[in-house]
Design a protein around this ligand. Structure first.
Ligand code: MEV
Length: 336
């Protein structure tokens, strides 16, 4: 039996612009997905988050992976992944089947299955990287059973393939954050560690209403915007991301705050905020703080104020669901 865990993430800045090849600054968080795995004849999955379990033949996983890959190729040509997403949603376990089939194929495991028990601290669909941390954790778990010498760089490459099934054409930032941990500057597949100033070691996140669109749908929604309009907003976020890197190096709290707010204004104009989030952002700004969406579009808002007590007082008054999170958590690891 192996036990693996992989962290979720928040985007300090750069979500959506990163999809167009610009950088993002992403930090792994203490909340993790945990997987227990052992060798088995078939594939057995128990997902404690949904309180569901299933057993299927390896052939079913291979077939789902094959079909998904074909639909991904067609989607990539058409610039529209809706057929892939419909196929993966056609049955509760279809996505898992395709993911497992792909992992076995990419790890070149030709004989044998796996029994997986999945637990997660990460609510799905709120921008905390639950899908990437699952992709990384199960890839690492199966590798640990069958090909333990494989480096994390390879785990990350396979998890990126899985993320493509989940989101169409993701940037690869979420899986890289979950694999390597810490806080990273992610640009076109390259990962550079970033150190955070003391005032940003912890952040407060507010959990807002769960969004009804997946990350893949949200990325597509932004892609469908008028090209020049979208291009300008994406460029604004990209420029703010470069400035953020400098502001973090210089430990300039005011610049960090203003850049978070600037990024949020642009994300709102891209149409991925909500009245609930806009209301919260307004209140945080009123007391001199900063707030922005993290990830695809809502579900989680990161809030920052140099006087944390003042921010907490406001959030309590607003009766929102908030928690303080530690940034820069360790990447995927084998648990003892
Ligand atoms: C999702 O967590 C972040 C996005 O930029 C998508 C991606 O990077 O693939 C919206």
């Amino acid at each position: 039996m192996v036990k693996i865990s992989a962290p979720g993430k928040i985007h300090i800045i750069g979500e959506h612009s990163v999809v167009y090849g610009f950088p993002a600054i992403i930090s792994a968080i203490a909340q993790r997905t945990r997987v227990k795995a052992e060798r088995a004849e078939k594939i057995k999955i128990k997902n404690n988050l949904y309180q569901k379990e299933v057993v299927f033949e390896i052939a079913a996983a291979t077939a789902a992976a094959k079909k998904s890959r074909q639909l991904w190729k067609e989607g990539n040509e058409k610039n529209d992944f809706s057929c892939l997403f419909s196929f993966l949603r056609s049955d509760f376990w279809k996505r898992n089947q395709a993911m497992l089939g792909l992992i076995f194929e990419r790890l070149k495991v030709v004989k044998g299955g796996v029994s997986l028990i999945i637990d997660s601290d990460l609510p799905p669909g709120v921008g905390l990287g639950s899908s990437a941390s699952l992709s990384v954790a199960i890839t690492k778990a199966i590798a640990a059973l069958y090909v333990p010498q494989i480096p994390n760089q390879k785990i990350n490459e396979i998890a990126f393939e899985l993320e493509k099934l989940n989101h169409g054409r993701p940037s690869g930032g979420d899986n890289s954050s979950s694999t390597f941990g810490g806080t990273i500057w992610f640009e076109k597949g390259k990962v550079v560690p970033v150190s955070l100033p003391d005032f940003l070691q912890n952040l407060i996140i507010v959990l807002t209403a769960r969004r009804n669109l997946s990350t893949g749908d949200l990325v597509q929604k932004v892609r469908n915007l008028e090209k020049n309009f979208r291009g300008q907003k994406i460029k604004n976020i990209a420029e703010a991301t470069y400035k953020m890197r400098r502001a973090l190096d210089e430990k300039d709290v005011n610049k960090v705050k203003n850049l978070i707010n600037f990024a949020q204004d642009n994300l709102t104009e891209l149409g991925i905020s909500s009245p609930e989030i806009d209301g919260l952002v307004k209140e945080v700004r009123k007391i001199g703080g900063a707030a922005k969406i993290s990830g695809g579009g809502g579900g989680t808002v990161i809030c920052f104020h140099r006087d944390k007590a003042r921010l907490i007082k406001l959030l309590k008054k607003l009766k929102v669901n908030f928690e303080e999170i530690k940034l820069g958590a360790e990447g995927v690891k084998v648990e003892s």
